[in-house]
Design a protein around this ligand. Structure first.
Ligand code: C5P
Length: 402
């Protein structure tokens, strides 16, 4: 329930704006008070009249509207709320936010607010993938803005699909409820900072191509979620994944291994670091600034250079090394032997080893069979869901701390 929670909804200009109307209804059904701001482009998709009618008040549109400035004023709009939600958050609105612009009511309120801001991005997949958008998303995440979606799926444009659909109203409601949920202050990891890496990395070849792997991020995200439920302050550094942000977790989105290394460095110090990401071992030396053309003599040679080994770097640190450093070893054969060797080579405290051969269905699937490898020996866990693996790992960590 969201009884008496005050939510300021900023509606940007995208076809997904129609879902913002349903979102208002869902929020009010749960007892929230909703105020609506429409950008100029937002008004091309839904009208202030419908937004006002659904909110049970008037919708706000203009920075220089004498009446609403007299009534409420943009600073009060920005502050007299518990949460600001931007849905749809367009590429343009996010660029303005990342740059600190304030040239209309929506951007001014977003700059003036001292309350948490949740963004539900919606745009064409190419606009989402554009490095400028990804830079802005990373900046906003680093500024503490929260995200829900975007999701994968059909676009409004014919024959277009990909990552860029706005999260569904009920997913946005769940994310809002997650933000308001009280952290489990008395959990076994309360007072601890847990850092988790998750998902694949994308190593660009040129502006449209990249090298990737099949990691879905499900296991890493489940661990971040379980750590938050155990009361920890959690920073999740995630490569490109198609998963909602876990509730109560600070999420930093990155694309490449180098960006992940930087984000990890910025997020430290931590008490516990869990490196569940499938980081690419190599990146392209000099990604092309333009799309590579086929009309050249034979296929291109792609010189690779080694990426930083994030786990080994952090585990090998003398200063500010997290007290417990945990790596993952995804193997397709001799799983435990390879994990033991990796534990020594990388200098971490525990290795979670799993068999990711195609027949196991682990990559992208919901279940996992893991072995916990440490100096103390090997513990083999039964096959279980990735959520259950996450909970079991967090319990192990909590037990090891006492
Ligand atoms: O060597 P391998 O990639 O199999 O090691 C897996 C472990 O190392 C995982 O915990 C992964 O997150 C971490 N790793 C890393 N940086 C890399 C490569 C792997 O943190 N560049």
């Amino acid at each position: 329930m969201l009884t008496d929670r005050r939510i300021l909804l900023v509606i940007g200009g995208g076809i997904a704006a129609y879902k913002a109307l349903d979102l208002i209804r869902r929020l009010r059904e749960r007892g929230a008070h909703v105020r609506g701001i429409l950008t100029r482009a937002g008004q091309e998709f839904v009208t202030p009249l419908s937004v006002g009618a659904l909110c049970g008040g008037r919708a706000f549109t203009d920075l220089f509207d004498a009446e609403s400035e007299f009534d409420v004023g943009h600073i009060r709009l920005a502050r007299d709320t518990d949460l600001v939600v931007v849905a749809p958050a367009t590429a343009d609105l996010m660029a303005k936010m990342a740059g600190g612009h304030a040239d209309d009511l929506a951007s001014t309120v977003l700059l003036a607010t001292d309350k948490p801001v949740l963004l539900a991005p919606a745009m064409n997949p190419r606009m989402w993938d554009n490095r400028a958008t990804q830079r802005n998303v990373a900046q906003l995440a680093a500024d503490g803005r929260r995200f829900v979606g975007p999701n994968e799926g059909e676009m409004a444009e014919a024959n277009e699909s990909g990552l860029g659909r706005m999260a569904e109203p009920l997913e946005i409601v769940a994310a809002i409820e997650g933000l308001f949920a009280k952290p489990a202050a008395s959990g076994p990891l309360s007072g601890k900072h847990v850092l988790v890496t998750s998902g694949p990395t994308h190593e660009p070849i040129d502006p449209v191509r990249y090298i990737a792997n099949r990691s879905s991020g499900k296991q890493g995200h489940a661990i971040a979620s379980a750590a938050a439920l155990a009361g920890a302050r959690v920073t999740l550094i995630s490569g490109p994944v198609n998963l909602p942000d876990p509730a109560g977790v600070r999420v930093v989105r990155v694309e490449t291994a180098r960006e992940m290394m930087q984000a990890v460095d910025r997020a430290l110090p931590a008490d516990i670091a869990i490196f569940a990401a499938a980081v690419a071992d190599w990146g392209i030396d000099k990604p092309g600034a333009q799309k590579m053309k086929k009309d050249r003599v034979g296929p291109p040679q792609l010189p690779l250079s080694e990426n930083p080994d994030i786990l080994a770097t952090i585990a090998g640190r003398k200063a500010a090394r997290p007290g417990l450093v945990i790596g993952f070893a995804a193997e397709t054969e001799n799983v435990i032997d390879h994990a033991r060797e990796k534990l020594r080579r990388k200098g971490c405290d525990w290795m979670v080893a799993n068999d990711v051969s195609p027949q196991t269905g682990v990559m992208g699937g919901d279940r996992n069979t893991v072995h916990l490898v440490s100096e103390a020996g090997v513990e083999s866990w039964p096959q279980q869901t990735k959520d259950a693996v996450a909970r079991a790992l967090i319990s192990k960590i909590a037990a090891a701390l006492v």
